[in-house]
Design a protein around this ligand. Sequence first.
Ligand SMILES: [Zn+2]
Length: 326
Amino acid sequence: MHLSKILHLSFWAVLLIHSKIYAQQFEDIKRYKVNYSLATQSSEKLIATRSFVNNNVKYLLLVNPETLDTKVDLASNYSISSLQWPNVFVIFKNTAYVKSLTEAAAKAVQLQDAGIDHAIPKEAGITLTIDLCPSHKPLDRIIFQSVFDEFKKIEQPAPLAISVSGKWMLKHQDDLNWLKSLVDKKELDITWVNHSYNHEVNNLPLAENFLLAPGTNLDTEVLENEKLMLKNGLTPSVFFRFPGLVSDKSVVQKIETYGLIPIGSDAWLAKGQQPNEGSIVLIHGNGNEEVGVKDFIELLKSKQGDVKNKQWLLFDLRKGLEKSFE
Ligand SMILES: [Zn+2]
């Protein structure tokens, strides 16, 4: 074979390999909409929650209601029948998805820490969630490095969830790329949770703060953040974490009509809340919560022996909820 042809072929091979390794980045999203439909592909039945067009090609954001997994795929790969949101509850009432939404709504009355705050009953271990609220400080990389170091022989990739705000992503491209590189190297398995675009915080009481602040536009907070996640090659999960963990009944209901499950925490380490088995642990990784990070590193150290014996594990948020509704 002619040398130039060999070079040409290997060029395409490299391109193919790259497109497989790296999640697609959607640079030119248009007509991004909340759009429910039943999307069927052979025997697989998924719920499409968003539709959009990128470079003139139509895509769907899809949820598997049994496993709570999400993916973005070409709309043309599915046969589609449109759904009204209330019908999702009826058709999928026996799935982990609708059961999680129902449980989160039932816990919506409190002003702080509504939503699901505990997963995986009766299992030794925790689900780790790390919030990236807007910050001028760099990412606390030590959290992720410590998780990898402790779990590399036990659980690889180690599962954790990161709640990401738009304003954090805009200012921390290097840190975001570093996190994505850990996923590419199969060191971590990250569930990307929507943490709102602006993550407003003011000096008013909680009832008028964060997403409850007057003038909040939920379409901006939810959908613009998802578009930015997709632009950065992150697949939005079915989960939403309220900024400050602050919400009321009405905003919980509204967030659920976007198809999102609010996730609280029963162990916000910096507030002195102790994790127990199955806890959803919260720490901030944005450089603003030294105490929480220190507590978490100590927690990992104290569990070192149990981790080695697989008596204390990290649980994937999706699998934890799937299991707790079996
Ligand atoms: Zn936050």
